[in-house]
Design a protein around this ligand. Sequence first.
Ligand SMILES: Cc1ncc(COP(=O)(O)O)c(C=O)c1O
Length: 478
Amino acid sequence: MAESWVNSAERIGADLHLELSGPGGRRAALTRALREAVRGGRLVPGTRLPPYRSLAADLGVARNTVADAYAELVAEGWLTARQGSGTRVAAGVTPPHGRQRAGAASGAPARVPKKAPRARGPRHDLRQGTPDASSFPRAAWLASARRALQQAPNEAFGPGDPAGRAELREALAEYLARARGVRTEPGRIVICSGFAHALRLLFPQVLRGPLAVESYGLGFHRQLLADASVRTVPLPLDEDGALVGELGRERAVLLTPAHQFPTGGPLHAERRAAVVDWARARGGVILEDDYDGEFRYDRKPVGALQGLDPERVIHIGSVSKSLSPALRLGWMVLPERFVDPVLETKGEREAWASALDQLTLADFIGSGSYDRHVRRMRQRYRGRRDRLVATLAARAPHVEVTGIAAGLHAVLRLPPGTERSAVKAAVWQGVALDGLAEFRHPGAAMSAPDGLVVGYATPAEHAYGAALDALCDVLPPG
Ligand SMILES: Cc1ncc(COP(=O)(O)O)c(C=O)c1O
């Protein structure tokens, strides 16, 4: 009968299940099981194996049986044994998904290149969407994570409240009121994994379509709504934002009031007031996507639309632009009547955002690290934006740069009919960016200006100059 053993993490640092079965004695079975664990990648290079005695005791075999099995695998090259550091999986044996050479299958370890190949991205990444990953505040985040872990009550390690951790909701209520002019209290905030998750929670369980959206926006969000059978109705835009006076029979509208995505302007004050009046008159609701509200440069801060009427606006934000989209942490500030329906949709437990990450973010905000990071990044991005504007003024004065007062991207207006060829040229030159057409609602009736959406946050600091040079090379001649 097969015997199995599950080792404890303290002994070798990784959980491993071994089955002793098959022909031959116990020594042969153990040798085979260990060899398979290494070859299959369950025991990765460098992993320390348990001492003879403890493995022998766990498996109910003689100490010598373990010693012999280890010795055989050392001789085959799968393991290494060194005085003082015990027996370890040899460096360079086949990784979990590595290709095996012919010799490996017959027992000899296959060697792999020292450096695993990395996915090759574009040479110059000027796509909108992600902040400068090299500026992630690792030390401050780690300090918050450490404090959060040390101070977390035991109940934090149990099933989570679907509303999210109270510590984070309290920190956010204070921060959003102070920095964005949001009117709320922690009971109105529901933690989610970001804007996309918020849309998934709202539609179709809490809100129904059709949903009015801006004629230019993120296709990913439109698709997500379409997948939820929500019809989106495009609202035309001009330099003052969405023409909210053209709202029709819809009961909900999705806007990016602080910084229209991607064209870049704020929603004019009169339109902000008008859309709130519309929502009040129709019993409608406004979804406010505050995706980069912290990053404003030249103009007066544009506060959250939610501040005008907390009962008519669902304010949604996340750390995707301010810290990293990899964290998957966001929030919804809800009118009272939507809190319970959203929580019901979420289910009895928080299944999306890790409680420890939430506690870390709460500490990060509470300790002032979030404000410091945003201020630092605001300065850095402003510098990049200025460099972009100056470079284009010098090398492509016929290209107008718009949408630059805020955010992490700009829109370069191109001469009519040149967008497609510029996008093509960018692909050839290894410059990743998008044309404006990429963001256009398929049903949009307004004119379709030619333009490029250029994200200036993504390249690391040292790579930015070269990215700007490459950008100039793909622009149509004046
Ligand atoms: C228009 C817009 N809204 C919202 C977001 C944030 O999305 P999420 O919070 O799902 O990462 C982004 C991307 O960062 C965006 O471009």
